[in-house]
Design a protein around this ligand. Structure first.
Ligand code: NZQ
Ligand code: ZN
Length: 391
């Protein structure tokens, strides 16, 4: 195991009706003038927004609102938010929604405190060290942004989907009521499940030795998703399934299971080109890219792939032919994704083979440069993986 520092200061408030306490927590964490940030309106239709406002009013906290964050959030909404916060003297940003809304809130929070263009944090290796305080009321378990120090924004000029990170971006508190996720359509639920599994897998595939504790934690999250995912899709009102998925989404991505080990975020990097180009859901893009990446790199460490096949996918170990075990694990993962309604190739996703050179070019590796930790991928490797994902 490698040395590490781990700081995850978010205060989590988990359970039924907890959104009614949001005013209390904004006050506790020092907010007096709030920007309520939200998406396309699901939180209004569900009645959640009324409860959030009632709670803020009860505590005498003043607020302004900015809705309209779209999935795969874009820069123009961020600039609008920064201007509004400065004009109104906002000192706390409350994101009510999913990863897109939370990421947009984080970008605004960083931008308000910065003299230059907020995009600098996304386009340069420049961690966010100062930001307006953020709180969240989560409505979809998926991105893990409620506990992470990351934000992903798309700059529409060039459709660049890039990320920023920094400890200042971790929410001060996140309210997680599993009941709020019961209105999710099955497809969005499945996209979330896929993203959560991908966050674990990006950490699981590592060259670091002696990481039994995080290996086992990763495997337990994956097993939980395999059990609870189909239950939530079959019965959207299954509180136990929703609750387990919701907490899994947080622990999968606040880096608790990724510390002390080299990670590999190639599948995410390749997926971001798909969601930038076709505006598809991030989880759906991952369902297409992850199995393709696995098939391409499996030979790098057959034993690790066989281990996950046995421990998570219940494949009997073929000691005479571990590669067969490894490949059967990938096969079962792909079948699982398909069974929960995810696309598993370009055609099902609506992506086009002829766009592959464009996507490779946009990743932008120069000669000799690579992405990935487990396996270092050149532009040619990336092209081969996109081609494996075609059908
Ligand atoms: O916009 P509204 O109307 O709220 O509808 C949303 C949206 O259409 C809907 N939705 C959310 N909660 C709902 C609901 N519909 C009914 N009932 C509910 N309870 O679901 C749709 C998707 O929402 P979105 O916020 O886009 O989903 P998600 O949480 O998957 O976020 C995706 C974004 O997060 C980024 C992705 O790239 C993508 O842009 N990621 C952020 C990460 C991070 N900050 O750490 C890491 C991830 O790897 C990921 O890249
Ligand atoms: Zn993700």
């Amino acid at each position: 195991m490698q040395d590490f520092n781990f700081y995850s200061p978010t205060y989590f408030v988990f359970g039924k009706d907890k959104e009614n306490l949001v005013g209390h927590y904004v006050k506790r964490f020092g907010g007096s003038k709030v920007l309520i940030h939200y998406g396309g309106g699901s939180v209004i239709r569900s009645g959640l927004m009324d409860r959030v406002k009632a709670s803020l009013n009860k505590e005498g906290i003043d607020f302004v609102e900015l809705g309209g964050v779209q999935p795969n959030p874009i820069d123009s909404k961020v600039y609008e938010g920064i201007n509004l916060c400065r004009k109104e003297g906002v000192d706390f940003i409350l994101a009510v929604g999913g990863g897109s809304t939370i990421d947009s809130a984080k970008a605004i929070a960083a931008g308000v405190k910065y003299d230059g263009d907020f995009w600098d944090f996304y386009s340069k290796p420049m961690p966010v060290t100062d930001a307006v305080k953020i709180g969240t009321v989560l409505t979809i378990p998926a991105a893990g942004s409620e506990g992470s120090g990351d934000s992903v924004i798309t700059k529409t000029d060039g459709m660049l989907k890039w990320d920023a990170s920094g400890e200042a971006l971790r929410p001060t508190f996140s309210i997680m009521n599993p009941e709020l996720t019961m209105t999710l359509p099955p497809y969005q639920t499945a996209c979330g499940i896929t993203d959560i599994m991908a966050h674990v897998l990006e950490r699981y595939f590592t060259n670091t030795k002696d990481v039994e504790i995080t290996d086992r934690m990763c495997e337990s999250i994956l097993q939980t998703m395999v059990k609870e995912g189909p239950r939530a899709i079959a019965n959207p009102n299954d509180y136990a399934a929703r609750a387990n998925i919701m907490w899994a989404g947080m622990v999968a991505h606040n880096n608790l299971v990724g510390v002390g080990r080299e990670q590999d975020w190639s599948s995410h990097r390749m997926e971001h080109e798909l969601s930038a180009l076709y505006d598809v859901a991030h989880g759906a893009g991952l369902a297409v890219m992850f199995p393709a990446w696995m098939k391409y790199v499996v030979k790098h460490d057959i034993n690790r792939f066989a281990q996950i096949a046995v421990r998570v996918w219940n494949v009997p170990m073929d000691f005479a032919n571990p590669e067969a075990t490894a490949l059967e694990g990938i096969n079962r993962f792909e079948k699982f994704l398909s069974s929960i309604g995810m696309p598993i190739n370009f055609e099902q996703l609506g992506a086009k083979e002829e766009d592959i050179p464009k996507m490779v070019e946009r990743i932008g590796l120069k000669d000799g440069e690579t992405i990935g930790g487990f396996v270092k991928l050149t532009s040619k490797d990336i092209e081969n993986i996109y081609r494996l994902a075609v059908n």
